[in-house]
Ligand binder design. Structure first.
Ligand SMILES: [Zn+2]
Ligand SMILES: [Zn+2]
Length: 249
């Protein structure tokens, strides 16, 4: 209550400005309505792997996911990994721009429909290895997850650790990425019956999210969903160029 009051006061004294065009931003958001509208929103995508589906497709699951079993029960991505979102993610990861993490998290929180998963599920930002965390000083997935606490979600940081410092995934092929993250996570508590929503910045091949989901399910988790800011797809974006992706026509 006090926090909300202070937030409103802060917004009045320091009105936000759109980080793209410098026009006045929406309340509490560094984004104006026109630029928000122009973002590369991912409207229709496979509900298991978040790969875009043709706009007129009736199916909600892509051909590949229809024939494979994924440890992730449901996945949604807010955007495709295209400008300006790709640049924002890079700034968040490598330039300590935590404000852009707040913006992305606020957009993610804002996109949740009222019938979204009840806050009985725990939000789990994909853990960083402690060495990487001390180098960077923060976990970018945690920065994205923070605004979700305002919706009543519990943000979980203790039940699972990243026990292997796997190095950067970018630049590796899909097969190498999978091998690179094998055994990367360890559940540190019994997870029977628990439900999780994983949060991450970019989904490329899904190997990291899949490995984390497998670890949680082996630990007894009942369901694991994933919400990511951006889905890398082949094409003009800047993320898909390294790894061959299974694009379903
Ligand atoms: Zn703008
Ligand atoms: Zn799929």
């Amino acid at each position: 209550m006090v926090y909300n009051w202070l937030l409103k006061l802060h917004q009045k004294v320091f009105p936000s400005q759109c980080r793209l065009c410098r026009a006045p931003g929406e309340p509490g958001l560094e984004l104006c309505p026109a630029c928000r509208n122009d973002l590369p929103w991912l409207a229709h995508a496979c509900r298991v792997c978040a790969m875009p589906l043709p706009p007129d497709a009736d199916a909600t699951v892509c051909a590949r996911c229809q024939n494979t079993v994924s440890p992730i029960d449901e996945c949604r991505a807010l955007f495709t990994y295209h400008p300006p979102v790709d640049g924002w993610v890079q700034r968040l990861k490598f330039e300590q721009d935590l404000a852009v993490g707040r913006l992305l998290g606020a957009l993610l929180a804002d996109s949740l429909s009222p019938d979204a998963e009840a806050p009985s599920a725990s939000i789990l930002p994909v853990p960083l290895h402690r060495k990487r965390l001390s180098e960077r000083g923060y976990n970018q997935a945690m920065e994205i997850a923070r605004p979700l606490a305002g919706l009543g979600y519990r943000i979980e940081t203790r039940c699972c650790r990243r026990v292997r410092n796997t190095g950067a995934q970018s630049g590796l092929s899909a097969a190498s990425r999978k091998g690179n993250v094998r055994g990367a996570f360890l559940a540190t508590q019994p997870l029977h019956g628990r439900r999780f929503i994983l949060i991450d910045d970019v989904l490329t091949t899904g190997s990291t999210l899949n490995e984390l989901a497998r670890t949680l399910k082996r630990g007894g988790a009942q369901s694991v969903k994933a919400w990511v800011v951006a889905r890398a797809v082949q094409g003009k974006g800047s993320a898909g160029r390294h790894a061959p992706l299974n694009v379903i026509p």
